[in-house]
Design a protein around this ligand. Structure first.
Ligand SMILES: CC(C)(COP(=O)(O)OP(=O)(O)OC[C@H]1O[C@@H](n2cnc3c(N)ncnc32)[C@H](O)[C@@H]1OP(=O)(O)O)[C@@H](O)C(=O)NCCC(=O)NCCS
Length: 165
């Protein structure tokens, strides 16, 4: 049997109380990084959004906006959709909500970085109007399944979109 269901959603700010419900998004170290972003959001330096199932209010996709990384722009980062619900449109809804949030802050440029080894994510961003303007090395700490922390080195295409259109 196959079928289809409609899933009503809403987008709201991610809260500290959501952290136990977003373990699907990464390691314990990743959750600490998200928690730190929530603290930065409280201080006005960032936003962190969650696309939630309307009835349960549980996060299905999450992502942050950093207002300090690129002058005059909101930098969208840490985008993640619950694996079982990828390719259903939640990431698109999240990015559109992030763009609205950036505009409401009086900014009209959104930026994001995507690893060169992630062509599917890049295809999504291109479909939403983002274009590459730079390529930069990036690195961050990653927690292995055995709990050890390793520095992950990569190269990202940096993409931007003019939000005035
Ligand atoms: C990238 C991501 C946030 C997009 O969210 P999403 O809810 O799958 O996005 P949508 O359903 O709105 O759009 C999916 C489209 O994005 C692209 N895409 C990017 N990464 C994808 C992935 N891992 N799986 C499926 N589609 C992906 C495809 O073009 C896809 O189009 P399709 O539905 O025609 O196949 C999500 O797939 C994800 O969490 N991926 C793993 C983590 C990651 O790569 N984060 C981005 C770092 S820059």
């Amino acid at each position: 049997m196959s079928g289809e269901v409609k899933l009503p959603i809403h987008v709201r700010d991610l809260k500290h109380a959501d952290l136990p419900h977003i373990a699907w998004s990464g390691s314990a170290l990743h959750l600490l990084v998200v928690e730190n972003e929530l603290d930065r959001a409280s201080a006005g330096m960032a936003d962190y959004l969650a696309v939630c199932a309307a009835k349960s209010d549980l996060p299905l996709a999450i992502g942050g906006i950093d207002y300090e990384l690129a002058p005059g722009a909101g930098s969208i980062h840490q985008l993640a959709t619950m694996p079982a619900l990828q390719s259903c449109g939640l990431g698109t809804a999240l990015i559109e909500a992030a763009e609205d949030r950036i505009r409401r802050r009086g900014l009209f440029r959104a930026e994001l970085g995507v690893e060169q080894e992630n062509p599917r994510a890049r295809a999504l961003y291109e479909r939403l109007g983002y274009a590459v303007f730079d390529v930069r090395p990036d690195s961050w700490d990653e927690e292995a399944p055995d709990g050890t922390i390793q520095r992950y080195e990569t190269v990202c295409a940096i993409m931007a979109k003019d939000l005035r259109g």
